[in-house]
Design a protein around this ligand. Structure first.
Ligand code: 5RP
Length: 243
């Protein structure tokens, strides 16, 4: 099996493992990205099998996929998610943790870096509203300490002032450029994204609070201590950690 096939299979395993934890009658927040997509497809199959599940999408992508999979949809106006399933670009342990061996065994929770698909603002709203957030990743996403650039969704007019404040905090912001379109990525909410490189992030909770306080920041991709379960897809297995 080629390594790309291995990573794809690991993502599928993680997504399906989390979908298995959803019960009849539940409302499910639907994350964005290739790993969450596997969970959405699995939930569509469960609905085909007769279970009553409704989804709340976090992006155009997850909405379209859920419709294609036959998963009935609802909104935050009409329902509160019992559970959310979402991917991440990086996952590090909160507190004492070890990502090797039976990694995360001693961790108090997780630090997620999200926003690779620029959907983190809606993802944060839905994930935080859910009683339990199930995070789905392949093992390449695990890190002992977060060091992935943090996506920050910004009101377009505020880009220069937010860039200055991010530099004051020790970060290097970079406006995310679109592919197959000239100019920047525009989010589903009509905003822009600064990918902010802070190097190794030793105090993620403090950084999250500081980013939240910058005028013009809509949402950043640090999700600290939100996850209830971490489903890690391996080459031939899935490991689940509960917090
Ligand atoms: C979207 C996200 C995604 O969950 C994250 O980028 C992971 O995506 P993938 O499962 O495709 O690796 O945060 O904003």
């Amino acid at each position: 099996m080629k390594s790309n096939d291995g990573a794809a299979a690991a993502k599928r395993r993680a997504g399906e493992s989390a979908a298995d934890r959803v019960s009849d009658g539940e409302v499910v927040g639907l994350g964005t990205g290739s790993t969450a997509a596997h969970a959405i497809r699995a939930l569509g199959r469960v609905v085909d099998g007769g279970l009553d599940i409704r989804g709340i999408p976090t992006s155009h992508q997850s909405r379209a996929l859920a419709r294609e999979a036959g998963l009935p949809l609802t909104t935050l106006e009409d329902a509160t998610p019992d559970v959310a399933i979402d991917g991440a670009d990086q996952v590090a342990p909160l507190g004492v943790g070890d990502v090797t061996g039976d990694g995360f065994a001693d961790a108090e929770g997780t630090i997620l870096v999200k926003g690779g698909g620029a959907a983190h603002a809606r993802e944060k709203v839905v994930d935080a509203a859910a009683d339990r957030l199930l995070v789905v990743v392949d093992e390449s996403k695990l890190a002992p300490v977060p060091d992935h650039p943090v996506p920050v969704e910004v009101l377009p007019d505020a880009v220069p002032t937010v860039e200055t404040r991010v530099r004051d905090l020790g970060g290097e912001p970079s406006l995310r450029a679109a592919e197959r379109k000239d100019g920047p990525v525009v989010t589903d909410n009509g905003n822009l994204v600064l990918d902010c490189d802070f190097g190794t992030i030793e105090a993620a909770g403090d950084l999250a609070t500081q980013l939240d306080a910058i005028p013009g920041v809509v949402a950043h991709g640090l999700f600290v201590d939100l996850a209830a379960e971490l489903h890690v897809g391996l080459v031939d297995d899935t490991v689940v950690h509960e917090f």
